[in-house]
Design a protein around this ligand. Structure first.
Ligand code: ATP
Ligand code: MG
Length: 254
């Protein structure tokens, strides 16, 4: 039972935080994952804790890009497993993407816990489990470069929510189209990915599923146009302006 009263002005944010703490206690989230969440919370605050117009545009481009992909893979880490396991499996089912467990801080026990929670939430096939299929991405040091031969290694489009900048760069160098969810428009991941959704993954992932469903009725040409018309740098710039405008508004005196 949550100890956070619904009337608390920051109840939503605190409930998300509670999910992560619970995930930590259940052995899903790494200690460092709690800190990464804290950084995300700060940017969410500055963005107004809502899905803004720029995020909606990025979600539309991401949906089109996933539908165009031959082999789209969603990379799952501890924070995602704790925050939105059901919603991420739903996205995989709707979009035809596969899921791969891929941890920044490798730990077999934690990996097993994550697999369990994904299965409990309806995952059929989970990649990144069988050591016989593991291979390495170049440009990264040992533990962090392990990926599944049939998953991220072979993918043309990789969806990496809450990813580290080094890994995003390695994925780009390996020729992958990278889609990310990241609340910080200044992070290396945001700046390196092809499509960056600047929003809390807990809000944006459902909207991405709905958009995939809607756009699946469109032909290849239309989807390609949506991707072509999207400019990630411009979108990041719009998000930075949004933060600036929020700060300007809040800084007004009297
Ligand atoms: P980078 O390595 O890309 O420069 P970083 O080192 O600042 O980023 P990391 O800890 O590597 O940060 O990555 C975690 C990222 O995930 C952060 O940018 C943080 O803003 C973001 N993040 C945390 N929680 C959420 C969330 N719930 N939804 C979306 N993004 C989040
Ligand atoms: Mg980092």
């Amino acid at each position: 039972m949550s100890l956070i009263p619904k009337s608390h002005p920051r109840a939503k944010s605190l409930l998300i935080r509670e999910k992560l703490v619970l995930g930590f206690e259940q052995g899903l989230v790494a200690r460092e994952g709690l800190l990464a969440h804290g950084r995300g919370e700060a940017f969410d605050y500055l963005l107004g804790e809502k899905t803004n117009k720029a995020a909606k545009q990025a979600i539309k481009a991401a949906a089109a890009q996933i539908l165009l992909a031959k082999l789209p893979i969603i990379s799952i880490n501890g924070n995602i497993a704790a925050l939105c396991p059901k919603e991420i499996i739903n996205l995989a089912k709707i979009s035809g993407a596969k899921v791969e467990v891929n941890l920044f801080y490798a730990n077999e026990k934690r990996k097993k816990n994550i697999i369990k929670i994904l299965k409990k939430n309806g995952a059929n096939e989970i990649l990144g489990i069988n050591p016989n299929f593991s291979t390495t991405l170049s440009g990264l040091d040992s533990a962090r470069r392990i990926v599944d031969k049939n998953g991220i290694f072979a993918a043309d489009v990789v969806i990496v929510p809450l990813e580290d900048g080094d890994r995003t760069m390695a994925l780009r160098k390996a020729g992958k189209i990278v889609i990310t969810f990241d609340l910080n428009p200044l992070s290396r991941t945001s700046q390196t990915a092809n499509i960056t959704i600047i929003d809390n993954v807990i809000r944006a992932v459902e909207l991405l599923s709905i958009t995939c469903k809607k756009l699946s009725k469109n032909n290849k040409n239309t989807l390609e146009k949506i991707v072509k018309n999207f400019n990630n740098k411009k979108n990041l710039s719009d998000n930075i302006i949004e933060i600036r405008n929020n700060l300007t508004r809040r800084s007004r005196f009297a």
